[in-house]
Each structure stands twice: as structure tokens, then as C-alpha cells.
Design a binder for this molecule. Structure first.
Ligand SMILES: Cc1cc2nc3c(=O)[nH]c(=O)nc-3n(C[C@H](O)[C@H](O)[C@H](O)COP(=O)(O)O)c2cc1C
Length: 185
């Protein structure tokens, strides 16, 4: 696969979001690595419903994000950590689009208030792997406020960690179709 399409999803709804900075960095790195970075910011979609497992499927905003996820070869999900877990906005996005992640390469980028929540993505990563048979990128970028300067710019060390996630996402997305035994739905 010469140019994998990577959907970079920014799930924070906060105007001054740090995970959005990670997502932007990752999108740039995907492009630099020869991938096609597709950008999806949930803060820009005002009317996306909470998943109810029934009526949500016919909602135009849900169908639109499902189509975006379905067209991707890989997904990079940038999320805040809330209450030791993914933020509800990120979890809701997975609930609304999850089947579209099946069999794809999936990576995570996290912004948190402190260092102790670094396992926050694990239940989502496990669901991706065990339920959706996705290939989870074996590193993720985790940032706290200390990783950003007073001007909001990411430190060089954080930028390198994000670049590694993006590089491995693009590389795995190129290799994975020849290895997996089941094509994405
Ligand atoms: C409701 C709420 C819960 C939070 N829970 C945690 C937490 O469990 N662990 C943590 O390290 N930070 C926690 N934080 C801090 C956020 O992860 C931090 O502000 C992060 O930068 C948010 O992501 P964003 O900047 O992309 O919006 C919480 C913040 C909020 C508003």
C-alpha cells in the first residue's frame, strides 16, 4: 500500500485542547512519512449524538463520521484522559464508529493532567485488539502540561514521541494488509 490513509481524530471538545496539538503534530508527521492524513475534529461537529445503540445509526452526523472512519486504512485517536479513562467524547466516537475500525491499524495520543493515568487507554486498546482485531500501534504518546511550554508549544521530546507514533502507524498500515487474514468490513 503506497499511501495509507490515516484518519487523525481529535476528540477533545476543549477550545485550548492539548490533545488537539498532539493530533495536529501527528497529522503533519503522517504526511511527512508519505501517508495521507485525514483530519476529523469532534469539536467541529456540533450535533453528534450520544450512542444509544438504535436511533443514532440513522443520524446524518453519525453516518458522516462512519464514512470517514470506513475510508481510512488506519486511525489515530487523540484523547483527553478523564477519570483515569478516555474522555467520553472519544469513547462515544468509538461506540458510534467502532466496527469501521475493524482490521485496521489504530494508534493513540493522550493528554492528561498528571503522569499517573498513563494506562487510561488500555481498555480501549484491548477492545480494539480483541473485539475488532485491529492492530494496535505498540507505543502511544502521553503528554502532561509539563510537556508544553508557556506558549503552548510541545517540547522537542514530546514532538519526537508523537512523530514515532505517526511513523509506526504509517509503516504498519503499509505492511498490515499483506499479513492480516481478514479484510476490514
Ligand atoms: C472531568 C475531568 C477529569 C479528568 N481526569 C483526569 C485523570 O483522571 N487523570 C489525569 O491525569 N488528568 C485528568 N484530567 C485532566 C485532563 O486530562 C487534562 O486537562 C488534559 O489536558 C485534557 O485534554 P485536552 O487538553 O485535550 O482537552 C481531567 C480533566 C477533567 C476536565
Amino acid at each position: 500500500m503506497p499511501e495509507p490513509r490515516v484518519l487523525v481524530v481529535s476528540s477533545s471538545l476543549r477550545p485550548g485542547s492539548r490533545s488537539r496539538v498532539l493530533a495536529r503534530l501527528a497529522a503533519g508527521s503522517v504526511t511527512a512519512r508519505g501517508g495521507v492524513a485525514e483530519w476529523l475534529d469532534l469539536a467541529e461537529i456540533g450535533d453528534i449524538p450520544i450512542c444509544d445503540g438504535e436511533t443514532c445509526w440513522s443520524h446524518p452526523a453519525v453516518q458522516a463520521v462512519q464514512a470517514r472512519a470506513g475510508a481510512a486504512d488506519a486511525l489515530l485517536l487523540a484523547t483527553p484522559v478523564y477519570n483515569w479513562m478516555l474522555a467520553a467524547s472519544a469513547k462515544n466516537f468509538i461506540e458510534l464508529t467502532g466496527r469501521k475500525w475493524a482490521g485496521k491499524v489504530v494508534g493513540f495520543l493522550c493528554a492528561a493532567g498528571g503522569t499517573r493515568s498513563h494506562m487510561a487507554i488500555m481498555s480501549a486498546a484491548a477492545a480494539m485488539m480483541l473485539d475488532f482485531h485491529a492492530l494496535v500501534v505498540p507505543r502511544f504518546a502521553y503528554a502532561t502540561g509539563d510537556d508544553f511550554g508557556d506558549d503552548g508549544a510541545p517540547s522537542p521530546d514530546l514532538a519526537e514521541r508523537v512523530e514515532r507514533v505517526a511513523a509506526e502507524t504509517v509503516g504498519l498500515a503499509r505492511a498490515w494488509p499483506a499479513i492480516r487474514t481478514e479484510s476490514p468490513a
